[in-house]
Ligand binder design. Structure first.
Ligand code: NOJ
Ligand code: NOJ
Length: 558
């Protein structure tokens, strides 16, 4: 009894702690965001990443940071939480329209950062970064949809749609090419980037239809389906997690706050806790949260080393990070909390928590008696889980509170040794990430529905992937190279209908074929001259097609 009472007392103190942190830090964070727009030489509507000019120099504008920040401000404006933001929002749109037209080293809207006077930054950098155009389109469409619903048709049609088109045409045409991740370090395919691109194209298809552009709507829809399929490939059941970067070999384990950020920034309040889009409350996103958070436990950060399993820890970008020696980041710790508040919203909407074998480890770390079953919302078991997850989420905010100085100012990072702030001061994105987490905790849902509801995987039976076969073969005049193999797409070993390769890059012969996804098949090249067929030597070649995306196979005649 005494234990129960004091536990209750403790729990109440913690709740009050977090609430008082929010009421203290919320206004500071909001002021911190606004202070970084159009200041320090920046043109109106330009978001500076941070006023820091040395160690590190962040007095630039990044499309990613700016768009995430303005998505928050646009959500506040369109929900009438703050009706004073209209001028900042239109300044932002004007400024981004200028940046879209500035010629830059990427040669595209994939250029990640610009000088604050709206000229190109021409120094070396990890470019392009293909998340920025998608995030910007999402922010602008959110505003446009609001205007349209309140009767303003012309600004969305004449100003916003032309800009959104530029960003989404770029995403639609380039998502399948590698680019740098949100941390500007890894050139590959990145979960965060692919997730926000998928979202933007889904909303974009609806928006294009609204603007009477059915051709673009169709293109965006087709590419969104391809993106959704590709997105599935980031899930690794053997790692119990989403792998942050694929199509790279960077020597990292792949656990990264990238994936938690991807989940919260593609939250759709109209969807359920669906795993296909890794919604915050889905079993896969929860297991990913569990595994990713665990990667920051133990001795990695001294300030985490005393924290027991099942309790919140300070979160960084990824455990192998060496930038400023690798520390916790406010925006990552806030994101870990935010995913869980959004998950709770999704369970409340669904009226249940469906604990699967996938999400079980996430729940048993908090409530050890949890089993694989459906917990309907009118049961004590459901209430126990909800309050455990809520307290766990609050734990991340308590850590942020502990390492927020009394001024309330938030830098980019805080030292792993003792929590002292380091790297860029007054990071705009840190403030924005605090605010979105606070809104989520208070049950104020900022996100808008973007079309996640009811999506089913396009990667099932019937899905195909595109494989390019390159065969190096020297040939006699009049002789050509063909391919044939064990599946329909390869003519079932026929030589008379074998598929001809092109010799435009002779001696490399090539052909690109659509073959069923995730399928193992055999094939061989043959050469045909005057109707005479010569087979490659045995054994047959074997290949397993990927689940999604494209693949290039390089062979040499044998
Ligand atoms: C600056 C980038 O902004 C940061 O994300 C990165 O870690 C460092 N450069 C090192 O590449
Ligand atoms: C470095 C971060 O890694 C990157 O995500 C961010 O865009 C820039 N700093 C600017 O804040």
């Amino acid at each position: 009894m005494r234990f129960a009472l004091s536990f209750f007392f403790l729990a109440k103190v913690c709740l009050a702690d977090v609430a008082s942190y929010i009421s203290m830090e919320g206004p500071i964070a909001k002021a911190g965001v606004l202070a970084n727009i159009g200041t320090k030489g920046a043109k109106p509507g330009i978001v500076i990443a941070s006023p820091s000019t040395i160690d590190p120099d962040y007095l630039y504008t990044w499309t990613r940071d700016s768009s995430l920040v303005f998505k928050l401000l646009i959500d506040q404006y369109t929900r009438r939480i703050d009706t004073t933001l209209l001028n900042q929002i239109t300044d932002f749109i004007t400024a981004e329209g200028i940046l879209q037209g500035v010629s830059n080293p990427s040669g595209s809207v994939g250029e990640p950062k610009f000088n604050v006077d709206e000229t190109a930054f021409t120094g070396p950098w990890g470019r392009p970064q293909r998340d920025g155009p998608a995030l910007r389109a999402t922010a602008m469409m959110t505003f446009a949809n609001y205007l349209i619903s309140s009767g303003n048709i012309s600004y969305p049609a004449n100003t916003i749609w032309p800009m959104v088109k530029i960003d989404l045409d770029y995403v639609s045409a380039n998502w399948n090419n590698t680019g740098f991740d949100l941390w500007e370090e890894v050139d590959g395919s990145s979960f965060f980037t692919i997730a926000v691109q998928h979202r933007a194209l889904r909303e974009g298809a609806t928006f294009a239809t609204l603007q009477g552009d059915n051709t673009r709507a169709a293109t965006y829809n087709t590419q969104a389906a391809n993106l959704l399929c590709f997105l599935q490939g980031f899930w690794s059941s053997s790692s119990s997690a989403l792998i942050a970067n694929i199509n790279v070999n960077n020597g990292r384990g792949g656990l990264d706050a990238n994936t938690i950020l991807g989940s919260i920034h593609t939250f759709d309040p109209a969807a359920g806790p669906d795993a296909i889009t890794f919604q915050p409350g889905s079993d896969k996103a929860l297991l990913n949260h569990y595994t990713t958070v665990n990667s920051f436990r133990g001795s990695l950060y001294t300030i985490n080393s005393h924290i027991a399993a099942g309790q919140a820890v300070n979160i960084g970008r990824y455990k192998e990070d060496v930038y400023y020696n690798g520390n916790p980041w406010y925006l990552a710790t806030f994101a870990a909390a935010e995913q869980l508040y959004l998950a709770i919203y999704q369970w409340e909407q669904a009226g249940q928590i469906n604990v699967t074998s996938t999400s079980l480890p996430f729940f048993t770390q908090l409530v050890s008696s949890t089993t694989v079953q459906n917990y309907p919302s009118n049961t004590p078991g459901y209430r126990t889980l909800i309050s455990a997850v809520f307290s766990y989420a609050d734990g991340f905010l308590e850590l942020a509170k502990e390492y927020t100085p009394s001024s309330g100012r938030l830098s980019e990072q805080y030292l792993k040794s003792n929590g002292t702030q380091t790297s860029a001061v007054d990071l705009t994105w840190s403030y924005a990430s605090a605010l979105t987490a606070f809104f989520a905790r208070n049950g104020t849902i900022l996100g808008n529905a973007w079309g996640a509801k009811g999506l089913t995987t396009p990667c099932g039976p019937g899905a195909t992937v595109s494989i390019t076969f390159l065969e190096t073969a020297t040939t006699m005049s009049g002789e050509s190279i063909y391919i044939t193999g064990s599946i329909d797409a390869l003519q079932n070993w026929s030589t008379s209908t074998a598929l001809p390769l092109s010799s435009t890059k002779y001696p490399v012969w090539s052909i690109t074929l659509d073959v069923p996804a995730s399928t193992t098949f055999q094939y061989k090249y043959i050469r045909i001259r005057n109707g005479v067929v010569t087979w490659e030597s045995d054994p047959n070649r074997s290949l397993t097609s990927p689940a999604s995306g494209t693949y290039t196979e390089r062979d040499t005649w044998r």
